[in-house]
Design a protein around this ligand. Structure first.
Ligand SMILES: Nc1ncnc2c1ncn2[C@@H]1O[C@H](COP(=O)(O)OP(=O)(O)O)[C@@H](O)[C@H]1O
Ligand SMILES: [Mg+2]
Length: 237
């Protein structure tokens, strides 16, 4: 889905979406002054392509990470260095980076699939996507991340997280977001990329209108049955 800023005027969305602006030199500099971690990503993107992470280091240098490599530069070189990586034909967003919670030191985010079998959005599938490496910039399965059972994983994160509170917050946030998106676009299913930061706060990263649910059956059979039941109700009317 086009990420854009279309739904950002909604107060609930504002609460869950990390601070975001169109990318240019001044928005980048503002973000770097405000946050230690910043992401740059294409407005229309998929599979984690073209995503850049910038991290402020203690010494005052910046670490720019893209694909599998990183390099250090000073503050005044950050913009020009990033500009070289960007596709000149694309528009980009600059976003506050979320310091993702980790599992075995690797960052993960959460996929929540919601369906609207009757008149209410329901979260039917959930899983964690764990990045392949400690240094990974993205947690997309197409970039080597693996799906994990969320309930089991939340008991074993590197940061102590309150599992039932997090699950409740995730479902609550996802339903509110689906409700808002569903009221603006004709949708019956949504796959939300949700993030949990190291302190247990919930964030909304992205919405996918054609989520790929294959493979999730093995991860959580109970939830998968819920997903199939909702799908059947939607198909049979
Ligand atoms: N603001 C952010 N903070 C931390 N990680 C992010 C942020 N934005 C994106 N990511 C990471 O990059 C991945 C891909 O970003 P996303 O916006 O979902 O783009 P795509 O459409 O390419 O999947 C996310 O699943 C997450 O791991
Ligand atoms: Mg995504």
């Amino acid at each position: 889905m086009k990420k854009g800023l279309a739904v950002m005027d909604d107060p609930i969305m504002k609460h869950y979406v990390p601070d975001t602006e169109w990318f240019d030199q001044s928005s980048l500099e503002k973000m770097l002054r405000t946050y230690d971690l910043v992401y740059i990503k294409p407005d229309v993107g998929r599979q984690g392509n073209g995503i850049i992470r910038v991290k402020r280091l203690k010494a005052g240098d910046y670490k720019i990470s893209y694909k599998h490599s990183s390099h250090l530069c000073s503050r005044d070189k950050v913009y020009s260095t990033i500009k070289e990586i960007l596709d000149p034909d694309k528009e980009y967003l600059v976003q506050r980076g979320i310091d993702l919670a980790t599992y075995r030191r690797r960052p993960f985010d959460v996929r929540v699939v919601l369906q609207k079998p009757r008149d209410r959005w329901r979260a039917t599938l959930m899983c964690a996507k764990v990045a392949p490496q400690r240094s990974s910039v993205v947690t997309n399965v197409s970039k080597g991340a693996k799906d994990y059972n969320l309930y089991r994983l939340l008991n074993r994160t590197d940061q102590p997280l309150r599992r039932s509170e997090i699950i409740r917050d995730l479902i609550d946030a996802s339903q509110q977001i689906a409700q808002i998106l569903g009221s603006r676009f004709p949708l019956e299913i949504l796959g939300l990329d949700m993030a949990i930061d190291k302190r247990g706060n919930i964030w909304f990263i992205e919405a996918n209108t054609k989520p790929d649910c294959k493979g999730l059956e093995k991860i959580d059979r109970k939830l998968y049955r819920k997903y199939l039941r909702a799908k059947k109700i939607m198909r049979d009317g």
